[in-house]
Write a protein that binds this ligand. Structure first.
Ligand SMILES: NC(=O)c1ccc[n+]([C@@H]2O[C@H](COP(=O)([O-])OP(=O)(O)OC[C@H]3O[C@@H](n4cnc5c(N)ncnc54)[C@H](OP(=O)(O)O)[C@@H]3O)[C@@H](O)[C@H]2O)c1
Length: 329
């Protein structure tokens, strides 16, 4: 149960009066929050965030989560205040009073920074195994013969992560400005470790290449899927305005006409292409893990779109589509 305890400070910024208290959550977690008693509601949510930031420098706007309080025991998600809206929009009738719950989300980084650090690791680590005498250093004796498939795999891999970095900066229109710093460490651990693990085996001196035909089929199919994946991202980009506004829309066109998360479908298939051509256990393990991660996300995205476009109140009904991997899911 949530308890409000220990009033800390009462002060005035602009037209607002803030009563700071600390919050004890179920007696376990303890984090700061403040309760705002807003007397004059001329300002926007963004101005309120700025006011908080001005008072406590570490609480820059993207670090703040402002919500409307929920009744005790409620299991619903609280309404998050939109920074563009006026505080009046959240007032109950004409009461002129508003209680806002503040939560510190902790240090944040932009999505672009997060993605950049995730992808730069595999982009730089993989070539180290190809170009540098890593295996000699690890104790392997003898000459290392580089097979054509290992060279093509290097190009394929680097193209993939370079593409992802370019898309991060020039294609994706993110709706969330930031992500917690802790995600940088978690996501980098995932990408950097898998990148090194796969690079180690594909470039290994004892690596046995697959047949020429299998290599061509694998890379040919993979490149086709990478191009399709890029096109899917362009279609997603066009659903929003350049500043990232526009919310979630029904993706249409190309593979989106049959599958909700066509970008994930093509991502999975392009890794399948890479694995057909290179054939390592490490590569297939990565494929399986990535498949489970993306399937989980795809399920959530599919449900969100179905809920958002329920065909009620003039909204379109979400069309019947596969989620990620036709004809199975
Ligand atoms: N190998 C792996 O393990 C792995 C895992 C995940 C992703 N990836 C790759 O990285 C790419 C990007 O991943 P992601 O998870 O960021 O993709 P995502 O969320 O599906 O979409 C990319 C961008 O499109 C926006 N978007 C998605 N659906 C939308 C809709 N219905 N209406 C309007 N905008 C929409 C997203 O907005 P929001 O900012 O609101 O989300 C995001 O900015 C993937 O497509 C995939 O190629 C690889």
């Amino acid at each position: 149960m949530t308890q409000y305890v220990t009033p800390l400070v009462l002060f005035e910024i602009f037209q607002f009066h803030f009563l700071f208290v600390s919050l004890e959550n179920g007696g376990k977690e303890r984090f700061n929050f403040c309760l705002f008693i807003v007397l004059i509601l001329q300002a926007t949510v963004a101005e309120l965030q700025e006011a908080i930031h001005k008072r406590t420098k570490k609480f820059y706007p993207s670090r703040q989560r402002l919500t409307l309080p929920l009744p005790p025991g409620s299991k619903e998600r609280p309404t998050i205040l939109n920074y563009k809206k006026s505080l009046k929009d959240y007032c109950d009738g004409n009461s002129g009073n508003l209680i806002v719950v503040f939560k510190d989300l902790g240090p944040q980084v932009s999505y672009r920074t997060l993605f950049f650090f995730e992808y730069i690791g595999p982009l730089l680590l993989y070539p180290i195994f190809y170009y540098f005498p890593v295996y000699q250093f690890l104790g392997f004796k003898g000459e290392r013969v580089i097979h054509p498939v290992q060279t093509y795999a290097l190009y394929y891999w680097c193209f993939h992560y370079f593409k992802r970095i370019m898309e991060t900066f020039f294609v994706h229109r993110f709706s969330h400005a930031t992500s917690p710093v802790s995600n940088v460490f978690r996501n980098c651990a995932y990408y950097w470790t898998f990148g090194s693990y796969i690079a180690y085996y594909v470039n290994h001196p004892l690596y046995s290449p697959v047949s020429d035909l299998q290599m061509k089929i694998g890379f040919g199919f993979g490149v086709l899927c990478q191009i399709s994946n890029f096109y899917c991202h362009i279609l997603l980009k066009n659903l929003r305005s350049p500043d990232g506004t526009g919310g979630y829309q029904i993706p249409r066109g190309f593979l989106f006409n049959i599958v909700t998360c066509a970008n994930y479908t093509t991502e999975i298939y392009q890794w399948l292409g890479f694995n057909i051509a290179t054939q390592t256990v490490a590569g297939y393990i990565f494929l399986v893990v990535a498949f489970f991660i993306m399937t989980n996300w795809a399920l959530a995205k599919h449900l969100r779109l179905k809920k958002l476009f329920d065909g009620k109140d003039g909204k379109p009904k979400y069309p019947c589509r596969w989620i990620i991997l036709p004809p199975f899911l």
